[in-house]
Design a protein around this ligand. Structure first.
Ligand SMILES: C[S@@+](CC[C@H](N)C(=O)[O-])C[C@H]1O[C@@H](n2cnc3c(N)ncnc32)[C@H](O)[C@@H]1O
Length: 200
């Protein structure tokens, strides 16, 4: 395991990341409310929170009556999630670039909030989400907007899929995070390849 992968797992600064995520404008006031609004009425649904991090979204989904399962690559963030969520929410360490440890049709809803831009290729994760959803199940995703990340990356070719890095200052140290930029059509193409009924 190299240092770069550890950085993207957020293990190095899990506590600081979790605290920041609770309250910063981007996550707490913008992304999380929008994701919850798209998720709609989750009462009684089995929901997979893919890339659950420290569990802020999982808490909100569970409070709304969902049976939540959270998965994440980061053992540090999962530990924090486990402390806050208790046994009602199932948490597993899993890599979205690998087959996921659940049976077909295990969920009515999959939510992947701000995690897909960590993946070079969306197709394996989306294929797994498709497999895990019941027929008619729904997927809600949020991800970096390609116009935003292309500017932040100072990228040369908007239409390319490329990796870029950003320095995150948390817990008194600076960590280099790595993300994948992809143009908007690459996102919709990946979804269309799975034959999903796409509603953006
Ligand atoms: C920006 S955080 C978002 C956390 C949470 N979904 C939220 O919106 O607050 C990205 C999360 O993706 C996780 N992650 C990154 N790469 C992953 C992978 N390959 N498989 C599973 N989780 C991953 C990180 O550990 C981190 O918890």
């Amino acid at each position: 395991m190299n240092g770069q992968i550890d950085a993207n797992r957020c293990d190095d600064f899990a506590a600081a990341y979790a605290q920041d995520n609770e309250t910063n404008v981007w996550n707490a006031c913008y992304e999380r409310p929008a994701t919850l609004a798209l998720a709609g009425d989750v009462g009684g649904l089995r929901v997979l929170d893919a890339g659950c991090g420290s569990g802020a979204l999982a808490v909100a989904l569970a409070d709304r009556g969902a049976a939540v399962t959270g998965i994440d690559l980061s053992a540090g963030l999962l530990e924090i999630a486990a402390r806050r969520l208790g046994p009602a929410v199932v948490l597993r360490q899993a890599d979205l670039e690998e087959p996921l440890p659940f049976a077909d049709g295990s969920f009515e809803l999959v939510v992947a909030s701000l995690v897909l831009h960590y993946l070079e290729d969306w197709v394996p994760a989306l294929s797994e989400f498709h497999r895990l959803l019941v027929p008619g199940g729904r997927l809600v995703i949020s991800t970096h907007h390609p116009f935003m990340d292309h500017r932040a990356a100072r990228g040369r070719d908007y239409f390319a899929v490329y990796q870029w890095t950003q320095e995150w200052a948390k817990a008194g140290r600076v960590t280099t995070m790595r993300f994948w930029h992809r143009p908007l059509h690459a996102m919709t193409d990946a979804l269309a390849r799975l034959g999903s009924g796409l509603a953006c």
